[in-house]
Write a protein that binds this ligand. Sequence first.
Ligand code: SF4
Length: 480
Amino acid sequence: MCGVCGIWSPAEAARRDAAEAARLMFFSLYALQHRGQESAGIAATDGQDLRVVRRMGLVGQVFSEPDLNVLGGRAAMGHTRYSTTGSSKIQNAQPFVVRDDSLGELAIGHNGNCINAREIRDDLVSRGVRFVTTSDTEVVAQAIANAPGASWDERIVHALPGLAGAWSLVMLTPRALYAVRDPLGVRPLCLGRKGGAWLVASETCALDTIGAEFIREVAPGEVMRIDDRGPVPLADLAAADRRGLCVFEHVYLASASSRLGGVSVYATRERMGEILAREHPAEADAVIPVPDSAIPAAVGYARESGIPFHEGLIKNRYIGRTFIQPSDELRRHSVALKYNALRDVLEGKRVVVVDDSIVRGNTSGPIVELLRRNGAREVHMRICSPPIRHSCYFGVDMARRSELIASKLSVEEIRRHVGADSLGYLSLEGMIRASGGGPDEFCAACFTGEYLVPVRLELEKGVLEARAAERTEPSATGKA
Ligand code: SF4
């Protein structure tokens, strides 16, 4: 999971609006920080060359005022990274820049996971291409740079059909900005406008933050070039029979303030809570969320059940999201440091605690224990997604299948493991219905095992173990 964004201001508009592209990208990346907290980068241009700043850390730590002044530009692209393929180090930070002797530079930012990166890389290496990172994004960049064609347009259109998996890409050259979504549209990407400038971003919240107007989604399979003429379609690679937006974006990944496919994420999560209350009612005195992502679902559960909503856990907002911390050690510590319980709310009460998902099962137990320690008489855990039983190969670090608690234990066994008085998961049908579409519009493979792109399951051994080995910290447990 990562966040990408881009802006192109025609020369006239840039003069009139006097807004520096890099500064707007900085604030857009701030709004996309929840999609990745390891590194961030911006590439900017005035039409001659590309200037790039990328470092490890949060957006607010990565860019200084002098950086933004140097970047400037009338066009820019930005990236905030959480690693899925490729380890967490500066070499893998994005934007990644490739250079062609005749065409010049191209900067690329990638959200997703190219599942055939290894084969493409082997082929390119056999043709003499040298790689400097372990990330699939460099593979995509080199596949484009080494494709036939007399322009970046031609090379992009030639290379993209060879990629499999999930890829929302934003690319920048001194002459144009490109926005691309894979044929199923697994990762989101939207188009916006601010004054005379055109913008693209992973989520609408990045447009809202800088006062840009949402125009439309970049369609699944759409290859779009943006320059002084505005957006121009270059190719349509859409899958003929279905779409595949990651339903976990609605459950957890996306900001509650964003809209996905025209649907409010906040409203979707409220609906998930309402359906969950119908599917798994409880006799209780209070409904509390595990903040922040489960707040709207708890609001929905409370409304549907008639049980009062309370805040019972207060999140330390300066601890990062546990799920997207790249190592187990960080994840374990952040769970312990993350929440304070409100004894005044919990004392003597039967509590329904609503969370978005249970992945490895390591945080739910401590949460139940924390609630009991602070006076909760009963703890009924409700989860607004189905059990996660399969790994994700499309850009979300779900861990190996063997680490997913629901791949090994039944719901009753999980209940005992986390120490709750009862445990109820939202049904697959309920989750899809709440997300505002039909089953052929979403990827739900981590719940069903039905991958929309054929996944060679030996990748689990190869890619995931390689990823674990590359990390400076060992991999294993994580969120919920
Ligand atoms: Fe999203 Fe799960 Fe599909 Fe991965 S497998 S893209 S997390 S729905």
